[in-house]
Design a protein around this ligand. Structure first.
Ligand code: BGC
Length: 414
């Protein structure tokens, strides 16, 4: 075994999950309603992680992890507007204690895509008071959990949320631009909502309004959290789609514009209120590219190497970065180990080039509810049998474990 590319001491290694994709049994939120309306696949019990978190964290610990990213379900904490449920706070306190007892540093995301029904049915992030409503929830949670956790992100992936909800119409609230199908609907985005969603020119303005509202919501939440727990480290999780181009000037312009819209323009609105950034990386698009990539089970081009340039895009902000998600849907576990090694190699390259990367959370610890694709796509280090809830560790999880234990890459990478 050869060890090379050492990571900084204290580097956080772990995996990520989100509440609605794993916990099960959350009925009072917009995705559960969408499932009842036949627009997304039913969620049901998911991984029953709500009841099995201790055993799941035992697995994470046995795999060498020293940290874990999870999200809090807003609909559990605030089931009615302005009314908070202390029992559910107690549940998440037990979750955080369970992580700490196993030596896993918690990274809490306050909102990962799902809205309480009272909020979605009254307009969600289209409500003019959405930033204040969101900030009130965030400050409440951090006040209650602050003695057990210091790392928080407010929002998971504003751009994918808005694009799927207000442009493509594939996620709640299923709003769609009129001409979108003609220019932009790869097969992997086809789902139950197709043909049943609201198409309107008004959704173009709404898309930009919601993006602005999310940025304001983050900023208000940052201030609210700092008031109650000034010691907290607060950031936002941003999904970078890395756009690049061949030498063609038109393609270069296209890539520049796409990166500006998808990353720089949004981050400019929130950077002052971020102590750190979370980076989620999955997608790469090179305009004018003729290379044929191996495909993941999501039908996405496999290009883990892109994480280096994605991290370099964040260097200009001069903030610490956590890779809050990166991983692969690969039911056969054929590509995952190499994919992880490449990610790690390229994260190391970004550190060498001056990006202050502090941790990596593989997506995901468990197979889970993959959004509009339901249970058909398998990202887990741990395979889940959704009938019996049996867990089975995949071989690639042990490759990741070796990396974690060495705090370095182990053996050459192709
Ligand atoms: C999201 C996860 C999702 C993953 C894979 C990320 O963009 O945060 O919720 O499961 O991508 O599609």
């Amino acid at each position: 075994m050869t060890v090379h590319k050492k990571f900084p001491d204290g580097f956080f290694w772990g995996a990520a999950t989100s509440s609605f994709q794993t916990e099960g049994g959350i009925e009072n939120m917009d995705w559960a309603q969408a499932a009842r309306d036949g627009l997304v696949p039913p969620i049901g019990l998911a991984c029953d992680h709500y009841h099995r978190f201790e055993a799941d964290f035992d697995i994470a610990k046995s795999l060498g992890h020293n940290s874990h990213r999870l999200s809090i379900e807003w609909a559990r904490i605030e089931p009615q507007e302005g009314k908070f449920d202390e029992k559910e706070i107690e549940h998440y306190r037990a979750v955080l204690r369970a992580l700490r007892a196993r030596g896993l540093e918690p990274f809490v995301t306050l909102w990962h895509f799902t809205l309480p029904l009272w909020f979605s049915q009254s307009g969600g992030f289209e409500r003019t008071d959405a930033p204040e409503v969101f900030a009130r929830y965030c400050a409440y949670v951090v006040e209650q959990l602050g003695d057990l956790c210091t790392h928080y992100s407010t929002i998971n992936e504003a751009l994918p949320y808005t694009s799927n909800g207000w442009r493509r119409g594939t996620w709640p609230p299923f709003k769609k631009w009129p001409f979108i199908d003609r220019i932009n609907l790869p097969a992997s985005y086809r789902n139950l909502a197709e043909g049943k969603t609201e198409r309107s020119w008004k959704n173009i303005a709404a898309y930009f309004r919601v993006l602005r509202s999310l940025a304001r919501a983050h900023n208000a939440a940052y201030d609210g959290i700092k008031k109650v727990r000034p010691e907290s480290e607060v950031g936002i999780v941003h999904h970078i789609v890395l756009f690049e181009a061949n030498g063609n000037p038109f393609n270069i312009l296209l890539a520049w514009f796409a990166n500006w819209h998808w990353t720089y323009h949004f981050l400019a609105k929130v950077e002052e209120k971020c102590d750190v950034f979370g980076l989620n990386y999955y997608l790469y698009k090179k305009f004018g590219d003729i290379h044929v990539y191996e495909k993941t089970d999501m039908d996405w081009d496999s290009y883990p190497q892109g994480i280096c340039n994605a991290l370099l895009m964040l260097k200009r902000y001069g903030k610490p970065v956590y890779v809050s998600e990166a991983g692969i849907a690969d039911a056969a576990d054929r590509m995952r180990a190499d994919y992880i090694k490449q990610l790690v190699r390229c994260m190391h390259a970004a550190i060498k080039k001056g990006v202050d990367v502090r941790g990596y959370m593989y997506w995901s610890l468990l197979d889970n509810y993959e959004l509009a694709q339901g249970y058909t796509k398998r990202f887990g280090l741990v395979e889940v049998n959704f009938e019996t809830q049996e867990r089975k560790i995949r071989p690639s999880a042990y490759v990741y474990k070796q990396i974690i234990e060495a705090n370095a890459l182990v053996d050459p990478v192709r």
